[in-house]
Design a protein around this ligand. Sequence first.
Ligand code: DHB
Length: 492
Amino acid sequence: ATRDRRAGAGTGAGAEARAGGGASADLVFDPDAFTESTLTVKDTGGVAHEVVYRFHKVASYVADPVDATYQSLNVSVPVRIDGTAVDASGAPILLANGIGGYMPSSVANNTGIVASGMGGGTSRQALALAAGYVVVEPGARGRTLVDASGIYYGTAPAAIVDLKAAVRYLKFNEGRVPGNVRRIVSSGVSAGGALSALLGASGDSPRYEPYLRALGAADASDAIFAVGSWCPIIDLEHADMAYEWCWGGNPLSGGAQVDPAVSGELKAAYAEHLASLGLRAKGFGALTARNLDAYLLRTHLEPSATRFLAALPDADRAAYLAANPFITWTGGASGGGSGGGSGGRATFSWADFLTHVGTRKKNAPSFDGFTLATPENNLFGTGTTKARHFTLYSLRHESGDSARLDADIPAKLDLMNPMHHLVENLNRDRAKHWWIRLGTKDTDTSLSVAGNLSARLTSLGDDVDTAYYWDAGHGADLDPGAFVEWIGEVSG
Ligand code: DHB
């Protein structure tokens, strides 16, 4: 990729001139520049809707892009749904990032909304459009981008800086851009879910200011209203420990075992980390390595299995329970016919649950790999260095006990970790509405990662809707229609 610096737009000095002189002229949204198209959107009940919408392409959401292929966004605005005119000028805005794997994500070549979702279903964006909301799809730089001189320009914190710049662009254009910029709801899955959560947790944090200024980001707030986060890959500097605490006893698929000494050391370190976090949950008090399994079981996993089983026809539930005798089903009517699920409750032990999941996906350490080969090692690359260690544990395993992390790493970890903005450095300008989802068979990260996020937000008093999807794997979204309804409820 080539760097796309616009002639005349310098870095530092240029950005300051813009901020001072109100010269963000090229960041003014043009409501009259759009194409109009019709999209058929099948809702979650299978009913097709005809949506006429305006599609606006914004060449860049910053005045001085490093690479506008990624630093651009598209705005989709419904104007007619099933033949009835709609006015989306005050509608919530779904800010749907398509980031995966902390990779670069571009929307520059899109000519319309992304309508197809996972598994042949309807995308979250299309469902939101058919609900009358404005949909913004931002691109963002990612970890693999490298310029002609070999410099990595999409590593941390580039992606979150870009998403913040996109929010600032929308807020700077309040009144010009369709929709209510005070009702921005972010969504993303996995790395995109992580960045969505981070965007919500870190709203208006001054720590990103120098990065935003260097891009000529619009002079506006980057705080958002609500967050949707599916299987967030967050808390990266503790993710290796969390992974061993959760999946440490499971073999890799194929049966290979990870190094038990490494697994054991990381698992032990997680206990100390948890103690330092000071998380609490209703009915459990302080969350520690001793009761975190019970918290996950009672608060997330058993309710997940209960919902799954209660929704099954009686015969299917009976078959599932027969095939999975580790689950005890109590209280539900068990007679013939259907409807016996209501009132029933699934219980099981943590150990049996782990056996049920059966395997682990990643080796140990899972995130800060000893050989610097993980996506996250690349995420923390810098300059011409593709990949670096970001935990003392993995660094010292390779380089000896006196090795020190590169000096910029701790600050970059803070910039990438939503927990930092919710625990050590509590951010009052964070989003206050949270939709958190995770599959119970998602072994891309520890099940405690989303659980800890949910527990922390809940104790802060935020409006948190967390659910684990029973037996679902990485990236699952099993209630997309409910999310779209939730946007309407919280935004009202
Ligand atoms: C994603 C998955 C991972 O396992 C990971 O470590 C980072 C990102 C993803 O799907 O986005």
